[in-house]
Design a protein around this ligand. Sequence first.
Ligand code: AHR
Length: 501
Amino acid sequence: MDAKILLDKSRNVGAVDSRLYGSFIEHLGRAIYGGIYEPTHATADGDGFRTDVIELVRELNVPLVRYPGGNFVSGFRWEDSVGPVEKRPTRLDLAWRTSEPNTIGIGEFAKWCEKANTAPMMAVNLGTRGIESAMDLLEYCNQPNGSYLSDLRVSRGAKAPFDIRVWCLGNEMDGPWQVGHKTATEYGRLAAETAKAMKLFDPTLELVSCGSSSPGMPTFPDWEGETLTHTYDYVDYISLHQYFSKKPEDGGDFLASTVELDRFITTVAGICDEIKAKKQSDKTINISFDEWNVWYHSNAGDDAAMAERPWRFAPPLLEDVYTMEDALVAGLAIMTLIRHCDRVKIACLAQLVNVIAPIMTATGGGICRQSIFYPFLHASKFGRGYSLLPTVECQKLNTKSYSDVPSIESAAVVNDEQGELTVFIVNRDITNKQNLTLELGDLVGYSGCTHIKMSHSDLNAVNTVALPDTVKPGQTTLPLSGGSISVTLDAASWNVLRFGR
Ligand code: AHR
């Protein structure tokens, strides 16, 4: 069966918030030390930041970066990370069993964000700490001057406030692995009171309450219902996390597994609306999908060693080397987020550098764009505008655990300002090419089409610092006739069709 995609202006989901293309950097492994910061590196600038990393982050055009964790934040004392560097204490981070010298802290990260053309999304510690430390951090970061903590910041050289707009109220507080893990009621109360205090300081802040760490959590979805009962009036978003992994003998499940992301978002949006109805509220809670990615290559090695690990500084952890197949799953996930842009306003690819990341560095050496870099790059570059829900007619696939999975998935974004239409497509079929007709329907006035495509004869092909260009996209042009185009999609391929005026 040949496949067809139909577009129709009336299937407009809404504007894509550019923060859908956010990311995440945690004090974990070589994300900070050996990642963004390596003062002895040949490309390091005066602040010790690797400019080769900054260049690739700028290329990805990431509007915000969640920081400083992750699990790390639940034991973090922010005061350790500000002030004269030589006086900062070295602490033991229990989340990743590493030694943290605090050389890079809040101020340095804010400076890095400016250089990388992005903004911090700050998480406060609701694991071992609470309302007071969140309030203090907020005052230190956002108050211009005239108070003890803001004057302290100014005295340390940061005259202008960091003006951080989006704040996460803890991290994965539903997870038993979290330092300071809480029940839904305990967390809901603490998050509500913290949020209330933060909004007393500045009602225009955007606050994110922790949702479930994955749809597989035993407390999902009761966690959302119970915590929102407490936090609803004070927060703006509920945070969701999901990682995709390939199991041995997976029977095709890995490529199909993003259907669960779709279900996760729909379920949580429904719960938000249920609480809204119960509270007879006018306010809508949206979703901050602030950790998503493929993560499995490094798991076995890292976990096995966890209990016996010595305390190390910036050891290589969670350094997944991503395959062509992983890039398809990343592409499928991004398209799902775009199709849900009416509820998902913020999303963070977890993470950005070295740790389950699109950018990989060698300490003292080169850098590479991993395979997953490309779908994220294309979405960030071309996925800004409003999202149209494509109608897809295609064959369905059955895998070990999923049935009736569309062999073709798509998302479409119209950017009227630029006069552009972009259609993202994945062919999930790993064996067969597919002939596709794309009909533009009432989207008229486009004159040509560029087809960006990425596939590889080996689904396990990867990029490394030594061989950085094994998996990368190519480009051709396609004729547009009578409002439709015909294109052949390679088996297991990521495709971007770009129309201009
Ligand atoms: O991104 C890696 C870890 O995954 C984060 O620290 C945590 O929030 C999640 O479990």
